[in-house]
Each structure stands twice: as C-alpha cells, then as structure tokens.
Write a protein that binds this ligand. Structure first.
Ligand code: ZN
Length: 140
C-alpha cells in the first residue's frame, strides 16, 4: 500500500495492551473488577467507581453505529485518496463507544443503529487499526 502518510497512533502507557492486542487481531478493553463496567479509551481508573482494579477483556467486536459524519474535505494529506469517508462513533455490544471508520459501504448508505463488526487493518510497521464493516447479523 506504499508509504503510510496518515498520522500514526502514539500509544500511551495505559493503552499499550490495547494496541498490542490489535496487532494480534483481538479487541481488548478494560473492565472494572469492582462494578464490572467496561470503558474506553484506556485509562488507569474505572470512570464509574474510580477503582484501579481492572482486567483487559476480549470484546465481541460487534456493535452499532451510534452516530457518524462523512468527511468530504481533505483535512490531512494522508487521506487525499479516500474522501469521502465515514467517521463513526460505534457503540459496542458491551457498552463502550469508540471512534472509528465504517468501511465496505458507501458513506451515503451508512445509517444510525446499523449493525457493524470490527475488522483489522494492518499498517505495516505502524500499528493495526480497528475499523468497522456492516454486518447482517441480527443484533440484540
Ligand atoms: Zn468500576
């Protein structure tokens, strides 16, 4: 795919397990061992009960489009060949929401509450990014 020209993620210390898991095509998030809440983005404390006792937990990778925007303008030269593209807030089945791209579908076909599933985009020498594709799987 040539030289990677987009801004690369710079993992914080607390997010390292998240990025390491993505390289193995696994989506992990932190889950509080006290109140059992999941959260994202990674942090050292449960945002609900402030406990620091948590476990990195595999996620189903399934969710739905909570909201989205379609970018038609090029805000960074690395995206020049990709407009228009969809940036969405995806709500995972387990509750956490994450910002990602919806791929495999025209931006004007994306709708809120559309079921999606994680796919992994390997950027050689950079990172693996979680993206989402529409799925026909029935959701809860
Ligand atoms: Zn908690």
């Amino acid at each position: 795919m040539g030289e990677y020209k987009k801004p690369a993620p710079v993992p914080s210390i607390e997010a390292k397990p998240y990025w390491d898991a993505l390289r193995q095509h696994r989506l992990l998030m932190q889950r509080c061992n006290g109140c059992r809440q999941y959260w994202f983005p990674p942090s050292t404390q449960c945002p609900n009960c402030l406990s620091t006792d948590f476990s990195w937990t595999p996620m189903s990778g399934r969710g739905k489009v909570f909201s989205y925007v379609v970018y038609h303008r090029v805000y960074h030269p690395g995206f020049a060949n990709e407009v228009p593209y969809t940036v969405a807030l995806v709500e995972l089945e387990e509750g956490p929401r994450m910002i990602s791209n919806i791929i495999g579908i025209a931006p004007d076909k994306v709708i809120c509450d559309m079921p999606v599933e994680v796919v992994y985009e390997d950027i050689e020498g950079v990172a693996t990014l979680p993206k989402f594709m529409p799925t026909s799987r029935p959701q809860r």
